[in-house]
Design a protein around this ligand. Structure first.
Ligand SMILES: C[S@@+](CC[C@H](N)C(=O)[O-])C[C@H]1O[C@@H](n2cnc3c(N)ncnc32)[C@H](O)[C@@H]1O
Length: 200
């Protein structure tokens, strides 16, 4: 598995494996920033080509507003993607999450990472739950109790909406955690494969 080294997100291999196993054709990402998560998913799509007859090729539409100097620019993100040679699997676009919510864009797999908090997560869930019921999968940064300590004061914590959203934490209870939402009747195996037994 040839993927970027993130430094913070120790679970990038899990994101790679989701794409590898589910083989989604239509992937959406909200919050690529510098592109580490984007490249991880694109690399998995690339590695999957030819492994599955008929030839399988997925694509990622990835949206960000790149308004924070810390996370760089769209141009810089595109440069990173090009350097990894996965540009044919990714289309970057400048689009605000709240504008995306008004679209009807469908997806097989969605990765969500826009400085997450409980309100954003709830809005995402309301917009995507009918697709999740039909089999689409959502994975998002955060979700652990430890991560919620870093949600800005006054904002809703992710655990406050956990029961409504019905998400599962896929990593240990650490700050840089990752969680997922899916239809358990369709994906019983995802649960077994990704959640440590101690967390079930
Ligand atoms: C924590 S970073 C994402 C990290 C990245 N996925 C990685 O691989 O390291 C959060 C990103 O969300 C973007 N963002 C924040 N609010 C947004 C919004 N309302 N719509 C779209 N993007 C947003 C920021 O510009 C930033 O690039």
């Amino acid at each position: 598995m040839n993927i970027p080294s993130h430094g913070k997100y120790q679970w990038l291999p899990l994101l790679y494996n989701f794409i590898n196993q589910l083989k989604p054709k239509k992937v959406i990402e909200l919050g690529p920033a510098t592109g580490h998560t984007t490249i991880t998913m694109a690399q998995s799509l690339k590695d999957n080509i030819g492994n599955t007859p008929p030839i399988y090729a997925g694509h990622i539409n990835s949206y960000d507003i790149w308004d924070d100097q810390y996370w760089g620019t769209q141009e810089n993100c595109q440069k990173e993607i090009n350097e990894w040679g996965v540009q044919e699997f990714v289309t970057l676009k400048h689009l605000d999450f709240y504008e995306w919510l008004k679209t009807e864009e469908e997806f097989d797999f969605l990765y969500f990472d826009i400085d997450n908090d409980g309100d954003k997560l709830l809005k995402l869930y309301e917009r995507t739950k009918s697709q999740i019921e039909k089999g689409s999968v959502v994975v998002f940064e955060g979700g652990s109790e430890e991560r919620d300590k870093y949600v800005k004061e006054g904002l809703t914590k992710m655990n406050e909406v956990k029961d409504i959203v019905g998400y599962q934490v896929l990593s240990e209870n650490v700050k840089y955690s990752v969680s997922g939402i899916w239809n358990e009747q369709i994906y019983a195996k995802v649960y077994e494969q990704h959640i440590p037994e101690s967390g079930r």
